[in-house]
Design a protein around this ligand. Structure first.
Ligand SMILES: Nc1ncnc2c1ncn2[C@@H]1O[C@H](COP(=O)(O)OP(=O)(O)OP(=O)(O)O)[C@@H](O)[C@H]1O
Length: 279
C-alpha cells in the first residue's frame, strides 16, 4: 500500500452534517467552453453550511471555473447546482446571501475607503445612515476603522485586500467565495490575513469556498480540502482536515500540520501525473 493509499483510509471521514440543507450542491455540473476547452468533467461536490472548503490543484484544473459556477457567474454546460437546497432564484433571501472576492482588490482608485466599501450598498439603494453603520462594522471586522478616509493608493497591498473583504462583508453574506484572494501578497501578510479570515469565519459562522495554490494555506484554513486534477478538470480527492478551531500559529508548526501538508503534496503530485496522462 502506498503512503497516499494509507493516508486515504485515515482522512476520508465526512465532517459532521450541520442542520439545514447544504449551502452548495454541485450535481454533475460540467463545463465545455465555446472554444472546445473541457474545463470541468461532471463534478459532484457538496459544501455544508459552516464549512471552510478549499479547492487546491495545479494551474488549469478548473478551480476558478468551478468557483464561478458556484457564484452563478458561469453556467454549466450540463448538470446543475443547488444553493441552500433550491435554485439560484432564491439566493439573496435572508440566510442565503453569497459574495465573490477576486484575487485583485478591484477598488475604485478615485474613491476613499469608506466609499469603496459602501459601493454594494449604494448599488442596492440602502439608505446612507444605515449604510454608514454597516460600513463601520465591516471596517472594524477587518481592522481598518482608522483608514476610512484614505485612498487605496495610500494603503499597502494587504490593506487593500482587507478593504475588498470589508466590501464583501458589508453585504452581510452567509457564503464567501474567494478566488485566491491572498495569492499576490507576501507570506507574512498572507498568514496574517489567513488568521483574520479564519477568526471571522468562526465568529460569524460563515461558509467559505476558497481557491488557492498553497498547500499550507489550505491546511491552515480548511475543514476540507478538495484536490483537483487537470486535463480534464476534475475532483481527485477530498481530504478532511481534522483539527479543531480556533486555529493559530501553534497549528502551523505542529507535526500534524506537517503530516497533512506532506500528504497533500503527494496528492498534488498524483494530480499532476493524472493530468499528464490525459493530454
Ligand atoms: N472563458 C474561457 N474560455 C475558454 N477557456 C477557458 C476560459 N476560462 C478558463 N478556460 C480554460 O479552462 C481551464 C480551467 O481554467 P481555470 O481558470 O478554471 O483553472 P484554474 O485551476 O483556476 O487555473 P489557475 O490556478 O491557473 O488560475 C484552463 O484550460 C483554461 O485555459
Amino acid at each position: 500500500m502506498t503512503t497516499v493509499q494509507a493516508l486515504r483510509a485515515d482522512v476520508t471521514d465526512a465532517p459532521p452534517a450541520p442542520a439545514g440543507p447544504p449551502a452548495i450542491e454541485v450535481l454533475g455540473a460540467e463545463k465545455v467552453f465555446s472554444n472546445g476547452v473541457r474545463a470541468l468533467t461532471p463534478i459532484e461536490l457538496t459544501v455544508n453550511q459552516g464549512e471552510f472548503v478549499t479547492l487546491l490543484g495545479p494551474s488549469g484544473c478548473g478551480k476558478s471555473t468551478l468557483l464561478k459556477m458556484v457564484a452563478n457567474l458561469i453556467e454549466p454546460t450540463s448538470g446543475g447546482l443547488m444553493w441552500w437546497g433550491r435554485d439560484y432564484d432564491h439566493v439573496g433571501e435572508p440566510g442565503k446571501k453569497l459574495v465573490f472576492v477576486f484575487q485583485d482588490p478591484t477598488l475604485m482608485p478615485w474613491a476613499r475607503v469608506r466609499a469603496n466599501v459602501r459601493l454594494p450598498l449604494d448599488l442596492a439603494g440602502v439608505p446612507k445612515s444605515e449604510g454608514n453603520s454597516r460600513v463601520d462594522r465591516a471596517l472594524a471586522m477587518v481592522g481598518l476603522e482608522r483608514f476610512d478616509a484614505s485612498y487605496p493608493r495610500q494603503l499597502s497591498g494587504g490593506m487593500q485586500m482587507r478593504v475588498s473583504i470589508a466590501r464583501a462583508l458589508v453585504t452581510e453574506p452567509n457564503l464567501l467565495l474567494m478566488d485566491e484572494p491572498f495569492g499576490a501578497l507576501d507570506e507574512i501578510t498572507r498568514n496574517k490575513l489567513d488568521q483574520d479570515l479564519l477568526d471571522l469565519w468562526f465568529e460569524k459562522k460563515l461558509t467559505v469556498v476558497f481557491v488557492t495554490h498553497s498547500i499550507y494555506e489550505s491546511v491552515f484554513l480548511s475543514t476540507r480540502v478538495v484536490v483537483m486534477a487537470a486535463r480534464p478538470g476534475r475532483v481527485l480527492r477530498e481530504v478532511v482536515i481534522d483539527e479543531p478551531y480556533p486555529r493559530d500559529d501553534a497549528w502551523r508548526v505542529s507535526q500534524k500540520f506537517a503530516a497533512y501538508a506532506r500528504d497533500l503534496q503527494l496528492l498534488l503530485a498524483e494530480a499532476s501525473r493524472a493530468g499528464a496522462a490525459h493530454p
